[in-house]
Design a protein around this ligand. Structure first.
Ligand code: SF4
Length: 370
């Protein structure tokens, strides 16, 4: 890597944003109970306005989505939106270290096609995008968790964030926002919640226009999931990297705390230069933001035997490096196996990224490396 190389003047990411392409599912399934909720009816109305084909189901169960060919089941499911009600178990929140005190879900599933999708290890069945109609209950439920956090709230460095709630563990809420409006509703909810709380979401999409004017009162941190440009071919169906960075700049100018979720970090070709270029572009996107409130989360690539099997079924032929012989085998605290990069490589990547963040984004606050 030559960090002293003269950099060509380039257009800023904020100047390169193209018209945003929004996902239009081929099928919209609606359960009867979803229609009992005003938010469910609003989602259906949005789908109707977009001219999407809507199937009103007779039962609340989604059936007929499985196929013995995993690739075919995947393709059909990824083109399907289901409007459902979140089951009562969804109202019992779980801690989600290291990101937040609590995880809550506005939806489950995502229309994009990332070959390293972290959902592969956590969702069961075909990856239909299920969006929740009982949004009022989901948001009203959060209040009982105020002040109860055991992750960020008990961290000396992060307690000032208040009780933190992560909304993107099982979905990309911005990627489906044009169909649901759920993320905007959550941002409004936290904006009106006059307490030490923070809504957190991360996204690989860029359609932030509807969020810009919301009364967020700085209680939402919008993080953009980004990677070195050499990894772009792994992220089918997402917004281009330059658009995500431009979207981050737009939200920062609208007063939102923002963040970079650099994930999954991979030793792509010339990885030191590749990640430095990413940080340079992120800095450019924020160049005209006065005192940007920026956090950085650093997540290396890992896989489990289960997630590898699912991803190989979804993306046969992917060149994503997932050879066990090139990894270190570790046990999670729950006793399951995961494969991470060898310790020397981890240390080298961590040292390099940390150093380049200090140079490129000196105002950034690194939340964690994992
Ligand atoms: S955008 Fe995120 S949730 Fe969606 S497919 Fe990609 S990694 Fe998975």
């Amino acid at each position: 890597m030559n960090l002293l190389a003269i950099e060509e003047p380039r257009s800023r990411p904020s100047e390169r944003q193209r018209p945003v392409r929004l996902w239009h599912p081929r099928r919209v399934l609606v359960t009867p109970t979803a229609l009992d909720h005003a938010h469910g009816r609003q989602i259906v109305a949005r789908a109707e306005r977009l001219g999407l084909p809507i199937e009103r189901l007779k039962s609340n169960r989604l059936t007929g989505l499985r196929d013995e060919n995993p690739r075919r089941a995947y393709v059909e499911a990824k083109a399907t939106l289901a409007v459902v009600t979140a089951p009562p178990t969804k109202l019992k929140l779980q801690p989600i270290p290291p990101s937040a005190d609590w995880r809550f879900d506005l939806a489950e599933g995502c229309p994009a096609h990332c070959q390293y999708c972290y959902l592969a290890g956590s969702l069961s069945g075909p990856p239909v995008t299920r969006v929740y109609a009982n949004l009022d209950a989901i948001l009203d439920n959060l209040e009982s968790y105020l002040g109860q956090g055991g992750v960020t709230s008990t961290s000396q460095a992060r307690a000032a964030e208040g009780t933190t709630f992560e909304a993107s563990c099982y979905t990309d809420p911005l990627g489906i926002e044009h169909l649901t409006g759920s993320l905007s509703a959550a941002i409004r909810h936290f904006g009106a919640w006059n307490a030490p709380v923070q809504l957190r979401f991360t996204t690989k999409f860029a359609a932030v226009e509807p969020l810009l004017g919301l009364p967020h009162h700085r209680r939402t941190r919008a993080r953009f999931s980004v990677n070195a440009a050499a990894a772009a071919h792994y992220e089918g169906g997402t917004a281009p990297l330059a658009d995500r960075l431009a979207a981050m700049g737009s939200l920062a100018r609208a007063g939102y705390p923002v963040g970079l979720t650099i994930a999954p970090i991979l030793p792509v070709a010339d990885w030191p230069d590749a990640y430095d270029a990413l940080l340079r572009d992120a800095a450019e996107a924020l160049a005209d933001v006065r005192e940007p409130d920026l956090t950085v989360e650093l997540i290396t690539h890992r896989f489990t035997p289960g997630s590898k099997t699912v991803l190989e079924g979804w993306y046969p032929g992917s060149d994503l490096p997932m050879r066990e012989t090139e990894r270190t085998r570790k046990l999670t605290k729950f006793g399951s196996v995961k494969y991470v990069f060898p310790s020397d490589l981890m240390k080298a990547m961590r040292a390099h990224l940390t150093e380049r963040i200090a140079v490129r984004l000196p105002f950034a606050h690194i939340l964690y490396w994992t």
